[in-house]
Write a protein that binds this ligand. Sequence first.
Ligand SMILES: [Zn+2]
Ligand SMILES: [Zn+2]
Length: 237
Amino acid sequence: MNLTSGFEFIYDAVLTLAYPQVCVICGRSVERRRLGVACEACWSETRIFTDEDRICLKCGAPDQERCGRCEELAFTAARAAGMYKGALRESVLLLKRQPYVPQHVESLLTEVATREPLSRSTRVIPVPLHPKRLRTRGFNQASIIGQAVSKALTLPLDEVSLVRVSTTEKYRAGMDTKGRRDTVAGAFRVAYPRLIAGEDILLVDDVFTTGATVSACAKVLFDAGAKSVFVLTIGRA
Ligand SMILES: [Zn+2]
Ligand SMILES: [Zn+2]
């Protein structure tokens, strides 16, 4: 154990004693603060993608090399830390309430981002919220993830180039993929194309569902001259 991790361990232990955290899934206590909202046992039951997983090379869908459903999505490749279930789902839900990415989630994201092809990224851009929505929510959870990732990877964080021009982001229940695509098409705009041209963008969001939102972002980023658009999310629905 080196000095830093030793310190981290003690710091963690002290904080755990001072502020015991109950696992939101099973109710047992969370052993280490870095785990966030779930205990070790619940984390180990959450599916995390590793190098050995067979995933769609483009959209990252599990258990298939070509899912056959992502051809029309505009991004270069999308990857998630794991399935949007268990501890990953709870971590995302927590992030909607407080602007905080637990150390463990940050490590999982960094691991994904340092694997090919996302490792080529040169610039981190969070999926933006509409300014009106940002005012009512207080913060953009994609920005919080983007901050953590850009710091860990020492890549520039760009929160100005990509803007949301329409407030549409809630989907009606039962809306299909095409419906979602139509809703978000035209929702984004690039304000500073000169910052995007020639860059390999790491587009960050909390959950990948149909890919419609990140695809709409990728489209305008490519129009502005981006070389590639990689998508990184915590969970894959
Ligand atoms: Zn638990
Ligand atoms: Zn796919």
